[in-house]
Design a protein around this ligand. Structure first.
Ligand SMILES: Nc1ncnc2c1ncn2[C@@H]1O[C@H](COP(=O)(O)OP(=O)(O)OP(=O)(O)O)[C@@H](O)[C@H]1O
Length: 360
């Protein structure tokens, strides 16, 4: 029998817990066939330490191979690398080096929830892609991952691929929509699970998504952070090696207070991430039937408005102002970001994108 035929056979052996076959799970390594006896030999690499299923999966593989070849196979069970081993560290270094293919890693943050941080992230990404840049989005909002919905890729099931660089490492293939590569913690967890995540668990998962996604070459990777400025954020932003941050705020006074906190977090000596600018969202309301009217419902517009004043006070550029319009909310709900459309509002996001590029 050939190696391919053996692999085909092994695809019939499932890991019951993960509901996938052992070949797709990458558990079959160093497969050889003894030229004299025809005995198959391979290493069964476990996907997690002390896997309770290991014994039954190995026996199932043995049975299949013995039946097909007539000789008992040799299956060596290998535990995954302990996290602090030298080999594991080398693997981490190789993973890190792949991030060199990413030009700018920009976190999009907000002090307060609900100000439109995710909406701005999605549209900014689409606008940057429309400007000809290679863009990825990492949805790190563990409290409410919304990128799958905003990009219309909720049904996407992430798959793994082997790196082409000969390292034999596996990477997760991101979803792709509107020219943007999208990876979300939402592809892996259901909404209610996210809430119980504690700091280290969330940070580990995010680190893995950042390093093990097959981003390829990117000019920009935007990270949609969870709202707030707590300990979790401090850990995330100091772990992720950001090249800059963008802060989103509405002109409401309660939101502005939190912006000051957000700016202080990025400027913290342990974090030290440059703030590339503030985006004012929901700057004014414009009804669809009166496109020339502006109603400043969240704050007055005198002297350029509160967000502009705060930006000047903090020494941070204002990248642009986005109005509150129904089409933006609809775009988010239907998975069709408005920045992909040739509209006035789409242009507002493209202006923000150009301003951001100008600051880098
Ligand atoms: N400029 C806008 N015009 C109209 N609707 C908007 C605008 N910005 C955001 N929204 C809507 O407001 C709601 C909240 O937006 P979004 O989810 O982007 O906020 P967020 O700051 O990311 O929230 P959180 O971080 O708390 O999850 C969404 O329903 C979105 O469609």
């Amino acid at each position: 029998m050939t190696k391919d035929e053996i692999l085909e056979l092994l695809k019939g052996v499932k890991h019951p817990e993960q509901d996938k076959d052992i070949v797709s799970l990458g558990m079959v390594e160093n497969l050889t066939i003894d030229a004299d006896t025809g005995a198959v030999r391979f290493t069964m690499k476990l996907t997690k330490p002390r896997d309770p299923m290991a014994g039954s999966v190995r026996r199932a593989a043995e049975a299949v191979l013995r039946e097909a070849t007539g000789v008992p196979p040799v299956i060596v069970v290998a535990e995954p690398l302990p996290p602090d081993s030298k080999a594991a560290k080398q693997q981490t270094m190789r993973e890190k080096s792949r991030l060199n293919e990413i030009g700018q890693v920009i976190a999009v943050a907000s002090g307060k929830g609900g100000v439109g941080k995710s909406t701005v992230t999605a549209n900014l990404a689409v606008a940057l892609a429309a400007e000809g840049y290679k863009v990825g989005v990492l949805d790190a909002d563990i409290y409410g991952p919304s990128m799958p919905k905003m990009f219309g890729v909720e049904d996407y099931k992430p798959v793994a691929e082997i790196a082409e660089d000969g390292s034999d490492l596996e990477y997760i293939v991101p979803a792709e929509a509107y020219g943007v590569k999208v990876m979300s913690i939402g592809f892996f967890i259901s909404g209610s699970d996210a809430l119980v995540w504690r700091g280290p668990m969330a940070t580990n998962a995010l680190r893995q998504l950042l390093h093990q996604t097959a981003w390829g070459e990117l000019d920009f990777l935007l990270i949609d952070l969870p709202p707030g400025t707590g300990d979790l954020h401090l850990t995330i932003v100091s772990e992720l090696k950001l090249s800059g941050a963008v802060i989103v705020s509405t002109p409401q006074e309660v939101a502005l207070l939190d912006v000051v906190r957000g700016i202080a977090m990025f400027r913290n000596e342990h974090v030290n991430v440059p703030i590339r600018g503030i985006v004012e969202n929901m700057a004014w309301f414009t009804p669809a039937e009166l496109p020339d009217n502006r109603y400043f419902i969240f704050g007055p517009a005198d002297e350029g408005g509160r967000v502009a004043a705060l930006a000047t006070e903090q020494g941070v550029p204002l990248l642009g102002s986005i109005p509150l319009v129904q089409a933006i909310a609809e775009g988010g709900d239907t998975g069709k970001p408005i920045a992909a459309r040739d509209s006035l509002t789409g242009e507002a996001f493209r202006t923000v994108a150009r301003a951001l590029v100008g600051k880098l």
